[in-house]
Design a protein around this ligand. Sequence first.
Ligand SMILES: Nc1ncnc2c1ncn2[C@@H]1O[C@H](COP(=O)(O)OP(=O)(O)O)[C@@H](O)[C@H]1O
Ligand SMILES: [Mg+2]
Length: 258
Amino acid sequence: MKILEIRNLCKVYGKGETQVDALKDVSFDVEQGEFVAIVGPSGSGKSTLLHILGGVDRPGSGEVIISGTDISRLDETKLAIFRRRQIGLIYQFYNLIPILNVEENMTLPLLLDGKKPDKELLADLVEKLGLKERLSHLPNQLSGGQQQRVSIGRALMNNPSLLLADEPTGNLDSENSKEIVSLLRKFNREKRQTVIIITHDERIALSADRVITIEDGRITRDTRDIVASPCGEALKSLEAATGSPGLQPGAEKEVSVS
Ligand SMILES: Nc1ncnc2c1ncn2[C@@H]1O[C@H](COP(=O)(O)OP(=O)(O)O)[C@@H](O)[C@H]1O
Ligand SMILES: [Mg+2]
């Protein structure tokens, strides 16, 4: 089942001399339960894309269909509700509220949504995130890795179908990075939560089911197009050797050897 369908997404910032075409006709689909890494140079449009997928920013044109709903057509109120209920967002800097403790930070979005936090889910997340002994600590009493675990817990308290992370390990050492990624993987496997993670870390990208490369506002590579084909790798080599476009969209179907 497709959880995400992105169609011809464009985003322009500014006007005239300062105009930036941050996204140029971006289209792709994501299946439910996929763990997708998005990579690409700084300034290539990765955060812009993630913000639009998360309903935090609006596309200039194009469609963002999440579980069958085109969120680019929702008004502000409906979009805010959709975002709170369906999407979990994780950032590089944890954005925790300094005067609230771990438990309060995790449950705040639900309280703001007028909902009662699910105690069982809270206990389960706290256990899995290793925060059991830290529930009444304030953010400044926690390490970076712990703070990021709180922000993951906060993102998961509404049981989102889609978890979006923008360089979640960008501020952490390699040990903590590994732990954060294995936690995201664990939730992805156990709860079938779809994860889209922007990263500069090659090891994270290698551990993903699929890697999408964005350069200058366009998708320049998507490993799904390669692995989907039994002879995809061979085609790639052929393409590299001959300089001819061996792998056009849809071409893999015609060259299938199975
Ligand atoms: N709010 C904004 N106003 C103007 N330009 C922006 C804004 N946000 C991003 N940009 C520009 O859009 C391009 C893509 O940015 P971004 O999506 O943040 O890239 P990345 O996350 O890949 O580093 C960059 O050239 C950036 O300067
Ligand atoms: Mg960015």
